[in-house]
Each structure stands twice: as C-alpha cells, then as structure tokens.
Design a protein around this ligand. Structure first.
Ligand code: DC
Length: 232
C-alpha cells in the first residue's frame, strides 16, 4: 500500500507482556497503513538461538559479558514475515520451546540490549514502522508519535497461547502451567535491571482481554490516522 502524499509518516510503538496481542495487532496495523512491521521479540529470540547453536549459553550464564562475542558479526533481517539470522531463515526455529525458555535471560543482558536497540533505531530511521516489544515506547523510540501499551488478564493470555499450540498440532501443555509460565515471564521482563517492561506515561493502554482482534486493530488504526492527519 502506498503512502498518500502529504500524510505524516510516524513511528508506532506497541509494548506489552507476552501474548497480550501485540504481534497480531502490529502486523495487521502495518498492513492496513502500508507501514513496515518489526518484531523486536524475534530479534531477541535470534540472539538466543545463536547462543544455543554455538553452545555458549552456559558460558554466558557464568560470565555474562562474554555474550558480546556473539554480537560482533551478527546480522538479523526481515523479509515480510520471515526472519533471517546471519543470512539463514530462522522463522520457525526461533519459536522453539528451548528458545522461549532462555530468551528472558539473554534479553536481560546489557550488551544485547544496547546492540539491538541500535539496530532497531536504524530500522526506524525512515519512520513508517510499527514496532512491537517490551521497551519500544520507553527506550528505543521514546519520541514515537503513537505509543500503545497492550495488556490482558493472564488467564486470557494462557488461553490464546493454548489456541495457538492447538492450531499448530503439537503437544498440548496444561493450561494452568501455561498461565504460570506467562506470569513468570512477565515477572522476569518487568523486574530486570535494563529496559524493564513498563508503560510510558504517554502510552495509550488498551486491555484486550474482552476485545476481538478486529476491534483492537481498529482502535489503534483510528489513533494512528488522527496522528497522521495531525488532529491528535
Ligand atoms: O514477544 P516475544 O515473546 O517474542 O519476546 C521474546 C522475549 O524477548 C520476551 O520474553 C522479552 C524479550 N524482549 C525484550 O526484552 N524486549 C523487546 N523489545 C522485545 C522482546
């Protein structure tokens, strides 16, 4: 979709806890606006995958600063919905459970956050991006024209994860266990020292527990249009 001449191109930052609806909302919104969608969680997952592939996770746990060696020559890129790590398509692999289990640890490390923040700021330099994550409105783009903070009840988020796993046809965990994992990840992401998950004071908070995806996209889309037109 082409941008109309005279329309402002903006940055839309969407933050929130796991399974709050960020990526679905961000992806659809980007399509509707003709913007580029950038999934920063996929970038943290890619670094985690690289640590696992190189077999250095335990070394990094023992001496966290050693993670810098992984970042020296890393490249992470997107092509539509595909994610490439060092030129290889890792779209499916970064969703593996072993990556999900370790990503909170890797994303808590300062050198990782600094490097990815630079990459994300570079990706947003041209504007017209919808970026989702945990610290986009607070740290990466605190001057983003539109900041959204999505939340949802933990039980509701566990149900969404369960439905995703059901659709994939894999092994189904107990829903109470999923809810506990989600709460644990929320705690780790919100309590970490560097760039913890938190709402920017200017961010618009939307509770998606009772909303359909269509409705939540529509709400953010309308806010974006108002800003593009300069009426907000
Ligand atoms: O959105 P996700 O579940 O794919 O994110 C994976 C992990 O990456 C999440 O547990 C926290 C981390 N993350 C982060 O620390 N900062 C971001 N901007 C995005 C994700």
């Amino acid at each position: 979709m082409k941008q109309e001449i005279g329309k402002k191109r903006i940055i839309i930052a969407i933050d929130g806890p796991a399974a709050s609806g960020k990526s679905t909302t961000a992806r659809r919104l980007a399509r509707q606006l003709g913007y580029t969608y950038i999934d920063t969680g996929a970038m943290y997952r890619s670094v985690t995958l690289k640590a696992l592939q190189k077999g250095v996770l335990e070394d990094v746990r023992r001496s966290p600063e050693s993670v810098s060696a992984l970042l020296d020559d890393i490249t992470i890129s997107f092509d539509g919905d595909l994610v490439f790590l060092d030129g290889r398509d890792v779209t499916a692999e970064i969703r593996d459970n072993r990556v999900s289990r370790e990503v909170s640890f890797i994303s808590s490390l300062k050198p990782v956050r600094e490097r990815l923040r630079e990459m994300q700021q570079e990706l947003g330099r041209q504007r017209a991006v919808v970026m989702d994550g945990r610290d986009i409105g607070t740290v990466v783009f605190p001057d983003a024209e539109l900041k959204i903070f999505l939340v949802a009840e933990p039980r509701e988020r566990a149900k969404r994860r369960y439905a995703e796993l059901l659709a994939k046809g894999g092994e189904l965990p107990d829903i109470d266990l999923l809810e506990d994992e989600i709460k644990e990840r929320d705690r780790a992401d919100a309590e970490r020292e560097h760039a913890p998950l938190k709402k920017h004071p200017e961010a618009v908070e939307i509770d998606t527990s009772e909303l359909t995806i269509e409705r939540q996209v529509e709400m953010v889309y309308n806010l974006a249009l108002e800003i593009e037109k300069g009426s907000r």
